[in-house]
Design a binder for this molecule. Structure first.
Ligand SMILES: N[C@@H](CCC(=O)N[C@@H](CS)C(=O)NCC(=O)O)C(=O)O
Length: 213
């Protein structure tokens, strides 16, 4: 199987990078310079008309949307146990759907308030409301992680996805001290070689993009 991941530094394509690495899957990376709007180029739109990362191109066929991509990786490489078994599998899909449909949209206004309101003087308010909603989400995640290392009884794709969400909140310099379980989860994730690999790679790609600018 030929796998190519369309990946941008800082973006949620990190999740698939981590999961492919955890699965020991051979894959190549196509970097996408979102700062230079490469995701809106005609060439990229031919791969993903939504103009977003991630895309996992499987034997030439593009698969979009994190929830589908993580399930594809988990089912293609079952030995990695990236999804839990039994009813928990559906709970894992439920959590990843929540990250995509709710947590991610509560993060993005911090970076792009202009996509939510066309009055620049209201941007601070847009961010404030998004942060309030995000903190409600994180309170739930904090409870789910109480007394646990991972969301399920072992590391799964849900952990990789939540790591990206929480790291994004950290990058927006929000005060996250009310979420010690989430902070501990992030620290645990950073002990994993897959996460160390993607964060080192991310730095490299960002340096290449900065040089090219
Ligand atoms: N629902 C999509 C969201 C993908 C998404 O929003 N990706 C962002 C990066 S985190 C992106 O490509 N943004 C570029 C843009 O909107 O121009 C998924 O989960 O795959």
């Amino acid at each position: 199987m030929d796998l190519t991941l369309c990946y941008a530094p800082m973006a949620c394509s990190l999740v698939a990078y981590v999961n492919l690495t955890e699965a020991g899957a051979p894959f190549t990376v196509r970097t996408v310079n979102t700062g230079a709007r490469e995701q809106k180029s005609a060439e990229y739109l031919a791969v993903n008309p939504k103009g977003k990362v991630p895309v996992l191109v499987v034997d030439g066929y593009p698969l979009t949307e994190n929830v589908a991509i993580q399930q594809f990786i988990a089912r293609s490489f079952p030995a990695a146990k990236l999804l839990p078994a039994g009813f928990d599998e559906f709970k894992a899909i439920s959590l990843m759907s929540w990250f995509t449909s709710t947590i991610h949209p509560h993060l993005t206004p911090n970076a792009r308030p202009e996509n939510y309101c066309d009055m620049p003087e209201a941007f601070d308010g847009v961010k404030r409301v998004a942060q309030k909603l995000l903190f409600e989400d994180l309170k739930i995640a904090e409870g789910l992680l109480e007394g646990r290392e991972w969301f399920f009884d072992h590391f799964t794709a849900v952990d990789s996805y939540f790591f990206w969400c929480f790291r994004r909140a950290v990058q927006f310099k929000l005060d996250l001290s009310a979420f010690p379980n989430c902070l501990a989860h992030m620290a645990r994730m950073r002990e994993r070689p897959s996460v160390q690999k993607v964060e080192a790679y991310e730095k490299e790609v960002m340096a290449q993009f900065a040089k090219a600018a």
